[in-house]
Design a protein around this ligand. Structure first.
Ligand code: MSK
Length: 635
């Protein structure tokens, strides 16, 4: 078991306080779970029917098949397919809510506007819709209609969001493998059916279906959600703010937004601004909204809201004793928060019909009543401020300046300052000449099995030192923001000479007066679609398959099923995809070999599992080097 819980100084400062306050944290519960079940860890436990549970003995002389005859290969792949389908389902559900919001906004039925008409037109054109002379509400309704058609398509037509957005070479590969997804609900349903008792027993077929779920996630989840949210709330542009628990203000009402879907958190940010006076009347200096997990990333990207904590530190945020209210929407919310909040004055507020936690206050969110809900929540935070116990407050004094908001549009705009006619050329030229050795996308979570943030930070330190440009989302972006990789000082401290020269030149040309940071924050979990768009644009510019680009992906500390589905999508894009925590597949040698090796012959990408960040960096650099060699680029 690992010895250190975190490398984040704010977390390390709060852990003794948690013990002193008698509050149990995720690390205590992890210890209480030791030793974790070996069968579950290897993926060879099956609970798909009630004759079980069955488990395979992968090493000794115990059973080699479940009661029905399922082998370790079958059990491992069925479990994996269900996990990846679970991740895809979460993102598709998220996207669906965003489509509904755009529909109601366009009809004028709710108080949300269409903030980005340019993005709306770009998406409409991509879908082949006539754009000229249409007002934005009408055009938005046509886009919504196309989205609903995709989500409900009864035939065998592949998902349109994929067909118009994915690289053509990739579509041909997916088609040849028979994994182009139809409507996402049907595909997720089919994955559940395929993995129920007495169904598919072919591990290769199950792995291909897993790859198909990655595509469901990539295009009907991530890409669709981002497109809708950009239309509604605007496409991010660079913002300067701060990250880590030091952003909390002792003399202000502290309100945290946590979860993933920005439909409510956007309203909370708005109403927190409007209700400052009420906070002042209550004795505070104002209201400080800050973010946890990806709702935090969403309002950071568009509203400059600071980041308080990533996944593993969500309890520690409350343990500061300075959080007056934490409002949660969906995904990555620890049920333990209610118990932690009960030790302080913090009001924990759930808002969604599918996320209720005993002990929390439930304030139901609807699109129609969003403004009222947001006001109720902000006022609950103001009221809770009056219940604070000053003796329990301790805000660690750690925060880092960060520059975030790097949508593809923002990156292209910065590059346009260097070459207005061909904005991607400066980036590609520098990849070709080796100033930028390659690009790695780091995504995903913290996982309590690893020291918090260590794999993100040590991996990226080594990559940027070797002139790899890093783009990041999710809790990986939080980790790297806290560690100082998202400001110009980070470029000076961490970047290799070639990368530093490029980031400095772009920063100067764009009029920033400082270098771009060595890690570009591209947003939330669903904003991994932005990374997909960047990869697609680079492949299109060079007219090559994305599988041949010197680009790789990494989920350094994945914990959620969504991290597995995002990773699977990255593999289908042809990228070598590093996982810094071992997924539950080692119970089948054949499946492990297929996922980490054989798959690349078929689909171009593969998983690469390595828990040591320095070794992982070397592995990714080696992968990039071999891609460069094949393209005839200097190594
Ligand atoms: S929040 S899915 S812990 S990145 Fe998107 Fe962080 Fe992973 Fe949740």
């Amino acid at each position: 078991m690992k010895s250190q819980k975190s490398i984040d100084p704010a977390a390390l400062e709060l852990l003794p306080k948690a013990a002193l306050d008698g509050v149990e944290t995720v690390w205590d519960r992890y210890e209480a779970q030791q030793p974790q079940c070996g069968f579950g860890s290897l993926g060879v436990c099956c609970r798909h029917c009630v004759q079980g549970p069955c488990r395979i003995d992968p090493f000794g002389n115990g059973p080699k098949a479940g009661i029905c005859g399922a082998s370790a290969d079958v059990i491992v792949t069925r479990n994996l397919l269900r996990q990846v389908a679970g991740g895809a389902a979460a993102h598709v559900d998220h996207a669906y809510e965003a489509v509904e919001a755009l529909e109601l906004a366009a009809k004028g039925n709710i108080n949300y506007s269409i903030a980005d008409e340019t993005k709306l037109q770009q998406i409409a054109r991509g879908l082949g819709l006539e754009v000229s002379d249409k007002n934005k509400a009408d055009l938005a309704l046509e886009v919504v209609e196309a989205a609903y058609a995709d989500l409900a398509n009864h035939g065998s037509k592949p998902v349109q969001w994929l067909m118009v957005n994915a690289p053509k070479e990739r579509i041909a590969v997916w088609q040849s493998l028979g994994i182009l997804p139809r409507n996402p609900d049907r595909e997720i349903r089919e994955a559940m059916h395929q993995t129920t008792m007495g169904m598919d027993a072919d591990p290769v077929n199950l792995v291909l279906s897993t790859a198909k779920q990655g595509l469901v996630d990539g295009y009907s989840g991530l890409k669709l959600a981002t497109d809708m949210q950009d239309i509604l709330f605007g496409t991010p542009t660079p913002v300067v703010t701060e990250a880590n628990l030091g952003v909390l203000k002792e003399d202000c009402v502290n309100l945290i937004v946590h979860g993933h879907v920005p439909l409510l958190s956007e309203k909370i940010v708005f109403w927190a601004g409007k209700l400052q006076e009420e906070a002042i009347l209550a004795g505070a200096k104002g209201i400080q909204v800050s973010g946890v997990c990806c709702s935090g990333n969403e309002v950071l990207m568009r509203n400059r809201i600071p980041l308080a904590a990533n996944y593993l530190a969500q309890e520690l945020a409350i343990i500061t004793g300075a959080i007056d209210a934490m409002v949660v929407d969906v995904q990555c919310i620890m049920p333990s928060l209610a118990k932690v909040a009960s030790c302080y004055h913090t009001e924990l507020i759930t808002t969604m019909p599918i996320v209720k936690i005993p002990g929390a206050t439930h304030v139901p969110f609807t699109l129609e009543g969003a403004d009222d809900t947001a006001q109720v929540i902000v006022r609950k935070a103001i009221t809770a401020y009056g219940r604070r116990n000053s003796k329990k407050i301790h805000i660690p004094n750690y925060k880092q300046k960060i520059v975030a908001g790097f949508s593809v549009e923002a990156i292209v705009s910065a590059l346009s300052a260097v070459n207005p006619n061909q904005p991607l050329k400066p980036l590609v030229d520098n990849i070709v000449n080796g100033n930028i050795f390659g690009v790695v996308a780091t995504v995903g979570c913290n996982n309590v099995k690893a020291t918090q943030d260590i794999v993100h930070v040590e991996l990226v330190k080594e990559l940027v030192r070797n002139n790899v440009l890093v783009v990041a989302t999710g809790c990986s972006a939080h980790a790297l923001a806290k560690a100082g990789f998202m400001n110009s000082e980070g470029t000076e401290t961490y970047a290799g000479e070639g990368l530093k020269a490029v980031l400095t030149a772009i920063g100067q040309a764009a009029g920033l007066g400082t270098p771009l940071p060595p890690v570009l924050h591209m947003g939330s979990c669903v904003d991994n679609s932005r990374i997909g768009d960047l990869v697609t644009a680079l492949a299109g510019y060079l007219n090559v398959d994305s599988a041949s680009l010197p680009v790789a992906a990494s989920a350094p500390e994945p914990q959620h099923e969504k991290a597995l589905s995002i990773g699977t999508w990255a593999v289908t894009m042809g990228l070598t995809t590093h996982l810094g925590v071992v997924p539950p597949v080692l119970g089948s040698k054949a499946v492990t070999e297929l996922l980490t090796n054989g798959l690349s012959d078929v689909i171009g990408g593969k998983f690469y599992v390595e828990t040591d960040p320095l070794k992982a960096a070397q592995g990714l650099l080696e992968d990039i080097r071999s891609k460069r060699q094949k393209l005839g680029l200097p190594c």
